[in-house]
Ligand binder design. Sequence first.
Ligand code: G1P
Length: 288
Amino acid sequence: MIRKCLFPAAGYATRFLPATKAMPKEMLPIVSKPLIQYGVEEALAAGLSHIGVVTGRGKRAIEDHFDINYELEHQIAGSDKEMLLDDIRHLINECTFSYTRQTEMKGLGHAILTGQSLIGPEAFAVLLADDFCVSDGDGVLAQMVALYKKHHCSIVAIEEVAKEQTANYGIVSGEEISPGVIRVEAMVEKPLPEEAPSNLAIIGRYILTADIFDILESIPPGRNGEIQITDALNEQAQQGKVIACRFNGRRFDCGQIQGFVEATQHVYESLYQQGENYPQEVIDRIPS
Ligand code: G1P
């Protein structure tokens, strides 16, 4: 069983400056909920209630968010604003949160290795909060956990991207073993379009078996001189131990301004459609 989900959250988001000068990018809100809260909701919905966060300098707001704020909660107790905290209270009640700091930025693989002390010797999930995913049915991580129960190996979520975009992603290739499920044969981190083995891009959802930590410790730096999770997974893929899944749902790249705006628009429209779930004063603020 997978119980834990790791959130690498130490990186800067220079694209969003000045918003991210003193605020973690993971706290940028899509309408009124921070990106990382959507991620924790997705993890909990997949049955993963042990949340580990790899943080860094200037990220303290994340810890405060997943905690009680007595003064504020006392202030709004009994008012119709109280329900705006229902979702976060649910997460605080149902999940445990632990944190560790990454002191140097040496890549996603290095961030995951830093999280080893929060995970221990068991398979776990990794969620990159700036890949914001929505789906009508099960969330992406829940879909991956279901696949893990069948295959018991590392799993990455993938989607097709335009060929000229391959240099922004880890790219996989392999053989389709059932509809939407690929046994991965090769993985390359951010290849140029002419070197890419396919246009199947990894998005920020992973299930990793515990041996990934030993591999991460031994591999040399890869693309950009950083320790890459894609390179570590490629070692597992050489032994047939990585599955890629085309998930059901839609992903917004909230690491980019355009994706962030599109996600905001999407959530705003669905909030508006479910307006009756929100207090009247919130609905009043939504222009018709
Ligand atoms: C990371 C990974 C890359 C993956 C991407 C998904 O890159 O290194 O393999 O495709 O996340 O968002 P980053 O976007 O952090 O540069």
